[in-house]
Ligand binder design. Sequence first.
Ligand SMILES: [Fe+2]
Length: 288
Amino acid sequence: MTNPLKFINLTDTHVIGGDRLLYGANPARRLARAVDSIISDHADAAFVVVTGDMTHWGDADAYDAFAREIHRLPMPVHLMVGNHDDGVAFAATFPDAPRDPAGFVQFTFDTPHHKAICIDTKKQGTHAGAYCAERLSWLKQQLEQSEEPVLLFMHHPPFPVGIKAMDNIMMQDADVFHAVIEPHKHRIQHLFFGHVHRAIFGNWRGVSFSCMRGLNHQVALDLNPEANNVPGDLAQPAYGVVLLSDDLVVAHMFEFAEASPRFSLGAPEGVDNVSYQLNMRHEGFTDL
Ligand SMILES: [Fe+2]
């Protein structure tokens, strides 16, 4: 069996300019830490996909701060927009970023086993996602052009995840979107999305999906159907480390800034395994 191809799924970096805090955390510094981590731990990754919300307010300073860090990555980076991004400011900082003929930030690229399709679900003036007829026709064309297995990347999920305030701003055109992908579903190996700032895994009408945490603020688990505000917390930031073969997609969530103790689960040669496990202690670590 050949080695799987590795890639990184980074999402919802929400960078702001001026080295300022956002909800008490520093998104630019967190992105710098993530980039350091990718360079030191996953320099063998073939590419990085950023599934939207690169910046929080879509301003030029924020894109500059985002670009400074992203440009340190040694592998190709595929940038997608989310509801917090601004198409004009994004284009000013990344003039070579690919777009479809109508100007939407959607594009494809090839991996050894898959065609990756990155779609633009942003609608100006709202945090909810949209997918208009023009974008659908581009997607239909991409899906019909080949018979390769497909990886689908999008910012907004086309389904509710059970957190009311986020479900209100999911992709609003889910059924027409589904109608376009339906004839090709057997080839869609996985759907990656962002937007929800949580680790979420599941299956939508036969398509497996995953969402990774963002890098700054996260969305807390609050399944109260009456809740109107987006619940937030500062759970550890993370990015996805994805292993890809011709018949397998494995998505790991990597908490790159986590400082918990690391150790071997097996005792060293010559040491009793049970006493190794029972007597292990970690300086500075207090259990629950
Ligand atoms: Fe976001």
